[in-house]
Design a protein around this ligand. Structure first.
Ligand SMILES: Nc1nc2c(c(=O)[nH]1)N[C@H]1C(S)=C(S)[C@@H](COP(=O)(O)O)O[C@H]1N2
Ligand SMILES: [Mo]
Length: 388
């Protein structure tokens, strides 16, 4: 982006938010309304290559956000990132069945209408893909209000048997997988321990931002596991299976597995760990100018542990406290902003870091354990801008 780009033209985002049926954020502090003021302009990042563009939403395509243009607390459905590993199955609503099988007293098979007749819960949850990366400026990210039924209510209805320790979630999408040299057809599947499955915030969701789930986001039903990386949120969910041992499918045991060098009880080892809870992370997404003031905006994601602070550092200066959007909830993304009133012309490096109430501090890339896989990128992310 070679020149300052007036963002005000992008009001289609606001339009689609209204279409999603969400209440306006009247009464919120002015800074939690992210749409730019008429006289506010985007300051160009010098680390974004010229011509960098987010891919459009299209059938079969991956989509990520241009994080410079995040303007709303709830990501409009039409701009929420999209990741899928097989096809995007179209399931007619009247043909849909959710099955609960395995180590349960009363196996369940229910229609969408039957699912919707259960008590409905809504929760804000933001998440990112476990493969989100700095080369796309962390664009595999979104925040939405999800509506559905608590997984634990459905499991209680089915009655989990003693010894049922693992809950497996199967999507309707499938592909050919190779295990050693054998090729078989498998559906997308993920699993979790029964204790995680019984967390009250885990939803079998059929709504996103007040509307039925869109095909690309798993229509008609998906799992939402607040606080976990996106991979946990199984789309096109058709079967929940309880079993007495760990599930070892590709996306649990072989893929979305972080290989890093860690201290394992006093011994340094290369360890493989399944991508589950989101790690504590913040990132700057845009810098704007309005009159003499510069405003640095960013996001925080984590596993839901309350935060203590978000801070911004400019060049070699001190860490300065940023404000966290009061609209944030435990599992939403947390947008933050820092008003930079003493910006001087020229190139500057900006970086953010977040600290949670347990005193865990977002580390620099150098401080993190050595990692050999592309998953879980949560280091401090320095950005560069040019102030004119
Ligand atoms: N059935 C199914 N669910 C899936 C996937 C998939 O390939 N198939 N991809 C997962 C991954 S890796 C991510 S990051 C999220 C993305 O959800 P979204 O496309 O709604 O943003 O869905 C998860 N759920
Ligand atoms: Mo992902």
């Amino acid at each position: 982006m070679p020149t300052e780009d007036n963002l005000h033209r992008r009001d289609f985002l606001k339009g689609s938010l209204a279409a999603g049926g969400l209440a306006a954020t009247a009464g919120m502090p002015f800074w939690s309304r992210l749409a730019l003021a008429q006289d506010e302009v985007l300051v160009p990042f010098t680390d974004v290559p010229e011509g960098f563009m987010a891919p459009p939403v299209a059938p079969g395509a991956i989509h990520f956000l241009d994080t410079r243009h995040i303007e709303t607390f709830y990501t409009p459905v039409g701009d929420f990132y999209i990741v899928h590993h097989y096809d995007q199955p179209e399931i007619p609503e009247d043909a849909y069945r959710l099955r609960i099988t395995g180590m349960v007293e009363r196996p369940v098979e229910m229609t969408l209408a039957e699912l919707k007749s259960r008590e409905k819960v809504e929760i804000d949850a933001g998440f990112e893909c476990g493969g989100n990366n700095t080369n796309i400026f962390h664009g595999l990210i979104g925040n939405a209000r999800w509506g559905g039924v608590r997984l634990r209510d459905l499991l209680a209805e089915a009655g989990v048997q003693d010894g049922g320790i693992e809950v497996v979630f199967y999507g309707a999408d499938k592909g050919i997988e190779e295990v050693r040299d054998v090729q078989v057809e498998q559906n997308f599947a993920r699993s979790m321990h029964i204790d995680d499955a019984l967390r009250p915030e885990v939803l079998v969701a059929y709504e996103m931002n007040g509307a039925p789930l869109h095909l690309y986001h798993g229509a008609p039903v998906r799992l939402i596991v607040p606080g976990w990386y996106g991979i946990a949120n199984v789309k096109w969910l058709e079967q929940i299976h309880v079993q007495d041992r760990r599930f070892m499918g590709r996306y649990m045991a072989r893929d979305y597995v972080t290989l890093s060098r860690r201290d394992v009880g006093g011994v340094e080892r290369w360890e493989e760990r399944s991508v589950t809870k989101m790690r504590l992370k913040s990132s700057i997404i845009r810098v704007t100018r309005r009159n003499d003031e510069h405003i640095v905006t960013g996001f925080v994601l984590n596993d839901g542990t309350p935060l203590r602070s978000v801070e911004v550092k400019i060049d070699d200066g001190p860490w300065r406290p940023a404000e966290i959007d009061p609209q944030s909830t435990q599992y939403s993304w947390k947008l933050f902003r820092y008003v930079w009133s003493d910006a001087t012309p020229g190139e500057h490096t900006l970086v953010s870091r977040v600290t949670d109430i347990n005193g865990q501090v977002q580390a620099t890339a150098d401080q993190l354990p050595e990692k050999r896989t592309r998953w879980e990128n949560y280091a401090q992310f320095p950005r560069t801008v040019r102030i004119s």
